[in-house]
Ligand binder design. Structure first.
Ligand SMILES: [Zn+2]
Length: 414
């Protein structure tokens, strides 16, 4: 790489890296997962990074869901800038509920596109395909300077669309089952091979939280996952890259002592207060992959009918057990930096051990095989932020997970 001009993206300036700059987003990595695995001696490289590099906690964006945080990491900015505030929204033009994983919903260029446009080589590997199009927005694959593929669809990736023909065959790893730890392992293995053979300037590796939804930090399956990650991290670190390890959100148990899910069904409540279906409760965690969380998280937004008394409903929600924060749309835009046209009249967050549902009969809880663990609220906002170099994080009041590429490129430019 001979280009040394800094790159600008969304009003932030990123230095051009001298060694590969890598950010790794460990999906659902509640900090306790790392503490437990390190305590058992299963993560020697991450332990060393913590001791000799930079070790901090950062805040994710709210809602503490996967897509808003991945796009914040990819753009370096909160959802009010990039527009992606969930998996799911009510389209203000049509009134229809639509998935937000289409590129047309993205309002800001990614850091990857800006680096690519400046002449750098960029690689993105995601576990689930739902993120691929958004993360790869604006990249071109005709000059072998960009790669963006998913583990989930690695059998069918092409040079023209993903920068990599049949990624599974290239890697020598079968396309993993979508609900598996291997889906994330594929991402790490691909990252190691790319760094070794293709040498990207900027690389983003983002996993799936299948393991974290299922297993608590002290369970063997969770520890085995982080032990596996550390082996790949060791290889990435040994090749001289500057690496930031962070997460999109944490993960908390949200079930009763008997293992049944702990849920407050808000659509049922507003139906009672305003009449059936007068208001609409939207759970932006909803996506086609509901098996591990039953579409239950700790964040919801509610659209009210025009004649509703908003402050009355807010008062009632505030008095509801399990709901910890109820904000007007205007307050939510300000406090959580959310795009106002993609949230309802009210935003609410539930507590550490309880989820928000719509109507009890609309959630398929039989699909949950383990006691529910989920995320979305303020209690899942704290995530690791670990760098394999000593970097000056300054006295910035709040470190954010979406500062990952700023500090990865800063460390890589030293
Ligand atoms: Zn996630």
């Amino acid at each position: 790489m001979t280009i040394h001009t800094p790159v600008e993206a969304n009003e932030r300036v990123y230095p051009m890296p001298k060694v590969p700059a890598i950010a790794i987003c460990l999906d659902g990595c509640e900090p306790e997962y790392l503490d437990k695995a390190i305590a058992d001696g299963l993560m020697p490289t991450l332990k060393r990074m913590r001791e000799t590099g930079t070790d901090r906690l950062a805040h994710s964006v709210i809602p503490s869901f996967t897509n808003p945080n991945n796009l914040s990491i990819a753009t370096g900015r909160p959802p009010i800038v990039h527009g992606i505030c969930g998996n799911y929204l009510i389209d203000p033009d049509s009134g229809e509920e639509v998935m937000m994983n289409d590129v047309r919903f993205l309002r800001a260029p990614t850091v990857f596109k800006q680096f690519y446009d400046a002449g750098a080589k960029v690689a993105i590997v995601t576990a689930k395909d739902k993120l691929r199009a958004l993360l790869g927005a604006g990249l071109k694959f005709d000059d072998d300077r960009a790669k963006c593929f998913s583990a989930e669809k690695s059998d069918t990736s092409t040079q023209a669309e993903h920068g990599q023909e049949k990624a599974s065959a290239w890697l020598g790893m079968a396309q993993p089952e979508v609900y598996s730890a291997e889906l994330s392992e594929f991402v790490f293995a691909a990252g190691v091979k790319l760094l070794k053979e293709w040498k990207p300037d900027v690389m983003y590796l983002t996993t799936t939280d299948y393991v974290q939804h299922k297993y608590a930090p002290d369970q063997a399956e969770a520890k085995a996952f982080y032990e596996m990650f550390d082996k790949y991290l060791t290889e990435l670190d040994a090749m001289g890259a500057a690496i930031v390890v962070t997460a999109d959100h944490g993960m908390k148990p949200k079930h009763h002592a008997d293992g049944s899910p702990s849920v407050v069904y808000v659509q049922d409540l507003v139906d009672e207060w305003l009449g059936k279906d007068a208001a609409r409760v939207i759970l932006p965690i909803t996506d086609p992959y509901v098996v591990h969380h039953g579409a239950l998280g700790s964040f919801a937004t509610c659209y009210l009918p025009e004649d509703a008394d908003r402050s009355d409903i807010i008062g009632k929600l505030k008095a509801t057990a399990g709901i910890t924060h109820v904000l007007t749309k205007e307050e939510a835009i300000k406090r959580f930096e959310l795009p106002g046209d993609r949230i309802g009249d009210i935003v609410m967050v539930s507590g550490e051990n309880i989820c928000i549902g719509t109507s009890e009969d609309r959630h398929d809880l039989a699909a949950l095989n383990e006691p529910l663990r989920s995320h979305g609220g303020l209690t899942e906002q704290e995530v690791p932020f670990i760098v394999n170099r000593v970097i000056d994080l300054g006295t910035a009041p709040e470190l954010r997970n979406f500062d990952a590429f700023f500090y990865a490129t800063t460390a890589a430019a030293q």
